[in-house]
Design a protein around this ligand. Structure first.
Ligand SMILES: [Zn+2]
Length: 280
C-alpha cells in the first residue's frame, strides 16, 4: 500500500475523509439490485467500495460506519477473515490514532458497516476505538436485538461479534431522529433499508454533506430510484426515503456521500436524478 493520504473534503470548519476498508469489490447486478416499477437493471458487474467516513471538527472526531473489519468469520468470501488492517491504516494516514476517535455512529447494523467496531484481543472481541462512544438509532438497535434473539447467526454473524460485545460493555447508545453531535452534525432517520437506518448531515461553513449510508447502493439508482438493494428490509419505504433524501440533497446543493461509491452532487428532474461525481 502506498502512503497516500485518504481523500478528504473540507466543508468549512469541518472536514470529511473517506477511510477505505475494501477499496473495490465486484458484484453481479442480480446479487445487489432488484429493479422496481418500470426500472431496468444495470448491464455489467457493479463495483462497490467498503469503509467509513471520518468527520473532523469542533465536536471532535466522529467515524460514520466501520467497514467489514478483520478476522471476522463471514460466509461472503471477500469479507471472510480479512487481515490487512485497511481502515485503521487509513485512519493512521490522517495523523490520528484509534484512541482519537470520540464517536462511532452506525448508519445501520449490516455486516459491512459494523466490522471495525471490534477487534479480537486473543480472548474476546473488544472495542477497536478504546475511547469512543458508539451510537445508532434506537429503532435499529431494537430490530437487531429482536432478530439476534431469533437467529444468533443474524447478519452473517456480525451482530454476535461486532455489536453484542459493545452493548455488553455498555458502550453502545441509542439515539433518536434529530440527534446532534456538536452544532454541525445531525443524525436523521431514513427507515427502509433497515428499520432504523440513518443518514448523517454535516453542515460546514461553505458546504453541506449528506452521509447517506445504504440509502443508495449504486449510481444506477439515480436514474432508477425505485430500484432497491437485495438487502433492503422494506423496499417501498427504502424507495420513498431515497427519493426524499436525494430531493433534499439536490435542493440544498449538498454533497452526497454514499457508503459504497464516491461523493458528488445530485440533480433532480421529474422524480429521477442525475449524479455529478466530484473527483477525489
Ligand atoms: Zn452496505
Amino acid at each position: 500500500m502506498s502512503a497516500v493520504p485518504p481523500p478528504s473534503l473540507d466543508l468549512g470548519g469541518i472536514a470529511v475523509t473517506w477511510l477505505a476498508d475494501i477499496p473495490s469489490m465486484e458484484f453481479a447486478p442480480d446479487d445487489l439490485l432488484v429493479p422496481g416499477g418500470a426500472d431496468q437493471g444495470p448491464g455489467g458487474a457493479l463495483d462497490l467500495t467498503f469503509g467509513g467516513y471520518l468527520i473532523s471538527g469542533d465536536a471532535g472526531t466522529v467515524l460514520v460506519d466501520a467497514g467489514v473489519g478483520d478476522g471476522k468469520a463471514r460466509s461472503r468470501p471477500g469479507w471472510n477473515r480479512r487481515s490487512d488492517g485497511a481502515l485503521p491504516i487509513a485512519l493512521e494516514r490522517t495523523g490520528l490514532t484509534l484512541a482519537d476517535v470520540d464517536t462511532v455512529h452506525l448508519t445501520h447494523l449490516h455486516a459491512d458497516h459494523v466490522g471495525w467496531n471490534t477487534v479480537w484481543d486473543g480472548d474476546a472481541w473488544i472495542p477497536t476505538f478504546p475511547e469512543a462512544k458508539y451510537l445508532a438509532l434506537g429503532d435499529e438497535l431494537d430490530w437487531g436485538r429482536v432478530e439476534y434473539a431469533r437467529d444468533p447467526g443474524f447478519m452473517y454473524g456480525s451482530y454476535a461479534d461486532s455489536v453484542l460485545p459493545l452493548s455488553e460493555r455498555g458502550r453502545l447508545e441509542a439515539v433518536g431522529d434529530g440527534f446532534r453531535i456538536g452544532d454541525r452534525i445531525e443524525v436523521r432517520a431514513v427507515p427502509g433499508h433497515t428499520p432504523g437506518s440513518s443518514a448523517v448531515i454535516v453542515r460546514g461553513r461553505q458546504e453541506t454533506a449528506v452521509l447517506s449510508g445504504d440509502l443508495i447502493h449504486h449510481p444506477h439508482q439515480f436514474a432508477h430510484p425505485l430500484t432497491c438493494s437485495r438487502f433492503c428490509v422494506d423496499r417501498a419505504a427504502s424507495a420513498e426515503a431515497r427519493r426524499g433524501l436525494l430531493d433534499w440533497t439536490a435542493r440544498y446543493g449538498a454533497i452526497l456521500m454514499p457508503a459504497h461509491f464516491g461523493w458528488g452532487r445530485v440533480v433532480a428532474a421529474d422524480g429521477r436524478f442525475r449524479f455529478q461525481p466530484i473527483v477525489r
